[in-house]
Design a binder for this molecule. Structure first.
Ligand code: MN
Length: 297
């Protein structure tokens, strides 16, 4: 993403997607399931598979944490980004932690783990506004059975690049203007929080083949000087060019994802994301035999 002297094609917006009707994941996450959905299927959006967005929602105080109980994953990574409220997690390998506002939890499920995801205890007691994203990043075939791992990324650890027009860009993974993000990935992925002040314009560039999208978390923006992206909407870019601009209509928080498509077969069943149906059958079998370990509910 360095400066280039050659003229590049502008990457246009293919579609703006309004937030789909929300559904509940357990009792803790009220999400708009942007992906996989309609034309934005797994092949189109690779390496990204699922995008669940809990738009701002106020939880009432209570004692027992809201959330989703023990469940398995295999073959991909779950990336949870907390914008409001605090999320906790525990897994069958003894891992776990709490992510606060602005932090990211990057879990490589790999060969498989059980985990549970819920609201942090004290946040549950006080209640309040909750807003988060969970993104599933698919793993290349050769890495699907990699050892599970957990990356807790605090906001302070993220790469940060100030914008000349005001505001800044947080780099979670990949690179923006030579500022690198802390997350390690198995295929080329860029994940940023764009945080421009009103009127600030950001120039972005990724290889044309990369699957690229922006979710407006706060505020609204104008893409390439013409396309309006409203709060809680998703812009999906065409693969017709490299460069585009994002200008904040007001102070904004925009989640940008761009990744190289894996171009491998996709087989999915619930929480398993593999390449073939035989591998899915094996995952179900392994799960039934307790090979994902044990986790108390
Ligand atoms: Mn999960």
């Amino acid at each position: 993403m360095g400066q280039s002297t050659k003229t590049k094609q502008v990457r246009t917006v293919e579609r703006i997607v309004a937030p789909p009707a929300p559904h509940w994941v357990g009792d803790g996450f009220r999400v708009h399931g942007f992906l996989p959905h309609g034309p934005l299927d797994a092949e189109r959006m690779s390496p990204f598979f699922l995008l669940d967005y809990n738009s701002k929602y106020t939880f009432q105080p209570r004692e027992i944490p809201y959330g989703v109980g023990p469940h398995p994953h295999r073959g991909f990574e779950t990336v949870t980004i907390a914008y409001k409220g605090r999320v906790a997690h525990h897994d069958s390998r003894g891992g776990g932690g709490v992510i606060g506002e602005g932090d990211v939890q990057w879990i490589t499920a790999g060969s498989g783990l059980l985990h549970k995801e819920y609201h942090e205890k004290e946040f549950t007691r006080t209640g309040g506004e909750f807003q988060m994203v969970q993104l599933w990043v698919n793993l290349p075939a050769k890495d699907k059975m990699t050892e599970p791992k957990y990356q807790a990324i605090t906001n302070a650890e993220m790469g940060r690049k100030d914008l000349s027009g005001g505001g800044y860009v947080e780099v979670i993974a990949g690179e923006f203007e030579r500022v690198k993000g802390p997350a390690t990935t198995f295929s080329p992925v860029h994940l940023y929080n764009l945080k421009p002040k009103a009127g600030a314009e950001i120039k972005l560039s990724f290889p044309a083949a990369y699957t690229t999208a922006i979710l407006a978390i706060e505020g609204s923006a104008t893409i390439n000087g013409e396309k309006k992206l409203a709060t809680d909407h998703l812009a999906v870019f065409a693969n017709d060019g490299e460069d585009f601009t994002v200008k904040a209509d007001e102070d904004a928080v925009l989640l940008l994802m761009s990744g190289e498509p894996l171009n491998e077969p996709i087989a999915q069943y619930g929480p398993f994301l593999m390449n073939t149906n035989a591998q899915i059958a094996e995952a179900i079998d392994d799960f039934r035999q307790g090979k994902f370990g044990y986790l108390e509910g």
